[in-house]
Design a protein around this ligand. Structure first.
Ligand SMILES: [Cu+2]
Length: 339
């Protein structure tokens, strides 16, 4: 009998894969290989994960905004609607923070396109202050987002998506430190024309909060809420490729690192290559630096990730992966036992 994960694959699929003559065990083996290469299993998110005042880091993690697709004069256009606003977010049970944000989230939506697509961002400013959207990547000066867009007005940014890689956008109205620190930033992914191999893809944006305006951050977070992924570890599948799009948007601290426990990761700097340039378990990132990190966990269990500036980790920029064991395999979570 095929393992449960493969039971839904019917004879037609087997024929398409050229596996129909292999017999059940051979087919299962080949399908397992196929599964490893093609069908990525995304574990269900914890159902009890609470939504705290509009922010849900588990949603930020795997949600991509591809815009509204249009064809204009033979060109693919992706139209995005972004609204700047002001809202209060609850950083923990005692501390609230007035955030300025895009589409009610910190970080803003992860905008995603393929290299060469035309990007059209319809930007509404309902934030109560002048704001703008400045994109990283290549575009004409007029689309660079330096011009403040007054409150209750709108503008359109339009340019071609290039070059492929991991980019970002943020408000560029002075003082930028304050506008970014309030939460006006997000990730902008441009996929290479042929895409990348299948993987469990996720986004993490590191941010800081200066709650008393002393030009020092008192709290830090992955995807908006301090310590969220410590309380709600991210479930991932053992032996499955994880592609992490990682961005550092922490203002006021010149540099942070990102460290992954009990593993190594492949680095694609700024997402600008299709082959990795480096393997390590800690990478140093200045503000707005971003990379693709790829890894898979050999052993099931709980593994932390955090900047190795431990004061930053201990103020909220810390999380865990829960690596779920593969179907039918024994747990390899070797915990310490009394001997
Ligand atoms: Cu702004």
């Amino acid at each position: 009998m095929l393992p449960k994960a493969f039971q839904s694959i019917n004879r037609r699929t087997l024929l398409q894969l050229g596996l129909a003559g292999l017999g059940v065990s051979g087919a299962a083996l080949a399908l397992r290989q196929f599964n490893r290469q093609k069908a990525i299993q995304i574990p269900a998110l914890p159902v009890d994960a609470p939504t705290i005042t509009g922010l849900n880091p588990l949603k930020v993690l795997r949600e991509f905004d591809y815009g509204t697709l249009k064809q204009e004069d033979g060109k693919t256009v992706r139209e995005f609607q972004i609204t700047a606003g002001t809202s209060i977010i609850q950083l923990n049970s005692a501390v609230s923070f007035v955030s300025w944000n895009f589409n009610g989230r910190v970080p803003g939506p992860t905008l995603r396109a393929t290299e060469g697509d035309r990007i059209r961002v319809v930007f509404f400013n309902k934030g109560g202050h002048a704001h703008s959207m400045h994109f990283h990547g290549m575009h004409p000066a007029g689309m660079d987002g330096l011009r403040p867009v007054r409150n209750s007005t709108a503008t359109v940014y339009e340019f071609d998506a290039e070059p492929f890689g991991v980019h970002l956008y943020h408000c560029h109205v002075a003082p930028v430190t304050r506008h970014v620190g309030k939460g006006l930033y997000g990730m902008f992914i441009i996929d290479p024309p042929g895409g990348r191999p299948p993987a469990d893809e996720m986004v993490m944006v590191m941010g800081g909060y200066d709650i008393n305006e002393d030009l020092k951050n008192e709290f830090y977070a992955f995807n908006g809420l301090p310590n969220y992924y410590m309380r709600h570890p991210i479930p991932i599948q053992q032996d499955q490729l994880i592609r992490l799009y990682l961005l550092n948007m922490i203002e006021l601290d010149p540099v942070v690192t990102f460290h992954l426990h009990a593993n190594m990761f492949q680095v694609y700097r700024t997402g600008r290559t299709l082959t990795p340039s480096e393997e390590t378990d800690v990478i140093t990132m200045g503000t707005t630096e971003r990379h693709i990190l790829e890894f898979a966990y050999r052993y099931s269990g709980m593994y932390m990730f955090h900047p190795h500036q431990d004061y930053i980790a201990e103020r909220g920029c810390m999380g865990s992966f829960e690596v779920l064991s593969k179907e039918g395999s024994q747990s390899t979570d070797h915990r310490m036992r009394d001997m």
